[in-house]
Write a protein that binds this ligand. Sequence first.
Ligand SMILES: *[C@@H]1O[C@H](CO)[C@@H](O)[C@H](O)[C@H]1NC(C)=O
Ligand SMILES: *[C@@H]1O[C@H](CO)[C@@H](O)[C@H](O)[C@H]1NC(C)=O
Ligand SMILES: *[C@@H]1O[C@H](CO)[C@@H](O)[C@H](O)[C@H]1NC(C)=O
Length: 528
Amino acid sequence: MGSTAASGTMLNPRSSFSRVALLTLVCLVLFFYTFRSTTTKNRIEPFETETEVIYVQNSNQSRPLDCTLNATHLQLLQWRYGLGENVDYGRRYIRFHRDNIARASMTKIDNDLFPKGFDTIKVNNPPMSTACPKPLDVPVARSPYPSTVDASNLLFGISTTFQRLSNPKTGPITEWSHWLTNGNGKSNGAGLVLCLVDATNAEIEATRQMMKEMGMDVKVFPSDSSIEMAKRYLSLLPALYQESEHKKRKYLVMCDDDTFFPSMHRLLNLLTTYNHTTDLYMGTFSEDINNIERHGSQAFGGAGVFFSVPLAKKISSFFSQCSTRQKIQESDTGWGPQGDILLRKCIYENTEVRLTLLRDLHQLDIVGDPAGFYESGIAPLSLHHFKGGMWHEAHPYEGAQIMHACGEDCFLQRFQTRDNYIISNGFSVAHYPKGIDFSVHQMERTFGAAPDDYGWNMDFMLGPGRKSLIQTGRKASWELKESRVEEDGSVRQTYIRKGDDWRWSFEQGGKGWRMYDKDGVVELIWIS
Ligand SMILES: *[C@@H]1O[C@H](CO)[C@@H](O)[C@H](O)[C@H]1NC(C)=O
Ligand SMILES: *[C@@H]1O[C@H](CO)[C@@H](O)[C@H](O)[C@H]1NC(C)=O
Ligand SMILES: *[C@@H]1O[C@H](CO)[C@@H](O)[C@H](O)[C@H]1NC(C)=O
C-alpha cells in the first residue's frame, strides 16, 4: 500500500484510503459468511464447497483477490453456453512478470494450476466464494502493447458485403478494430479501404460511421456484383495504390474479411527487414498441399497479401490486360475463377517478381478441431477461417485481449504446470490426466484437410503432427469463450468445457465413457 496520502477524493476506488476501507469491508463480509457457513454448513449446504480467502501481500502491491462468486455472471454463462445446473468451477489468479527474456513457446511452472481441484457449484445458488489459491507467478517477455503500435505504413484492402458485416455470427468489425486501432478507440495509423458489394448509400454511410466511432481510419466504397468476383478482387490493388498516394504508405495489404492480424508490432518488425522501395509480393501458401496443386504456387489471400508500393504501381498499370475475359477463364481451376490466381498471373506474366514467403502468416485451410494449431505455442502473424461454417471455430479477438495486460507475446504462449495442465494463453486450458508424455513441439493433429485428407497434406507447411488425443481419455480442454480487460488493467478469461463434448471421452470394455459428468468453467485472471 502506498504511503502517500490519497490523491483523489475519498470515493475514488483507486485512492489508498478507500482501498483500505473497501478491503476492510470486504474482509468483514467474507469473514462473516465464512463463519456463518461453517456453523450452518450441514444444515443448508447439500454439497461440498471450498471457500478460502487469501490476501496476497507483497511489498509492491496489496491486491485483494476477488474470490466471490457472482450468480448473475454464472447465470449468463449458463445461458450463453448451455451449461448444466451443477458445474465444476475453478478460478486462478496468474501474476505475470514482464522480464527481459525471449518469448518461450512453453514455460514450465513448478506449481499446480488447481491445487485443490474444482468446486462443484450450483449456477442458480452458488456459494458466496470459491477456492482462491495465491496467484501463480509466471515469467513473460517484456513485449510491446497494442496501444503503442504505429501502423501508418500499412494500408489494408477488403472486399465484402454489408450482409456479412451485419451478421452477428460472421460480422468481423470488432476483430478489425484489434489491428486497426490502439485498443482504446483510436486509430493505430493503419488505413482500410473497404469495398462493399451492392451496398446502398445508407449502408455505406452506416458502416463508415460505425467504424469511425470505433476509431478506425476507413474509406468505404461501393462495388458492383455484376463484375466477376476475381476481377473485383484484382481491382482492389489499383484502388489501394490510388489511395496510398494521400499518405506515405509502405505496404498495401489485401486480405479477406475474416483475416485477423494479432500482433501488429511483430508484423511491422518483420516488414522492416525488407526493402519497401523494391518490388515485393509477399504472402503464404495454403497449409494444404492439395490446394497448392489445385490452384498453384501463390499467395493465398486469406492469410494477407503484402505489396510494396512500387509493385502495386506496376500491377495497377497492367490491370486491364490482366483482367480480360480470357485471363479470368484461365484463373478458373474448376472451382470458379480465383482472385489469388488472377493476381499471381498478372505479376508472374508481366514481371520477374516472385512470391516472398512469410511463413508466420496463416491461411488456415483446416477443418474440424483447430486446437492442435492454436495449442502449439506459435506466435502467428495472421489467422483466417476462424468463424466456423465449413471452417474451424476460434475466438482470436477475445484471445488477443491478454495482450493489453501482458504484452503482445503472451497471446498463445504456453505454460505447463505440475498437475499436467497446459495453458495456451487465449485459446485453451488443457488437462492431460495421464501425463504430458508426448512432444509438445509438434502440433497435435486434431484437425483435418478438406476435401481430401491423406494425413500428410499439411506436413510441408505445419510440420508432421503428433497423434490426436481426442477420445483417448488423455486430454480434456476448456476453451476460451470470453475475455475482458478489467478497469484495474487485469484480464479475465473465461474458458468452458462441456461435459457431453464427444472429444473428452474414451472407450473401455467396448463402451464409450465421458471423462466428466458435468460442464466446467475455468476463469483465469491475469494480474501484474
Ligand atoms: C517489487 O518490484 C521490484 C521491481 O519491479 C522487483 O524487483 C521485486 O521483486 C518486487 N517484489 C515483489 C515481492 O514482488
Ligand atoms: C455480477 O455480474 C453481472 C453480470 O456480469 C454484473 O453486471 C454485475 O456488476 C456483477 N456484480 C458484481 C457485484 O460484481
Ligand atoms: C533499397 O532498394 C533501393 C532500390 O533498389 C536501393 O537503392 C537501396 O540502397 C536499398 N536500401 C537498402 C537499405 O538496402
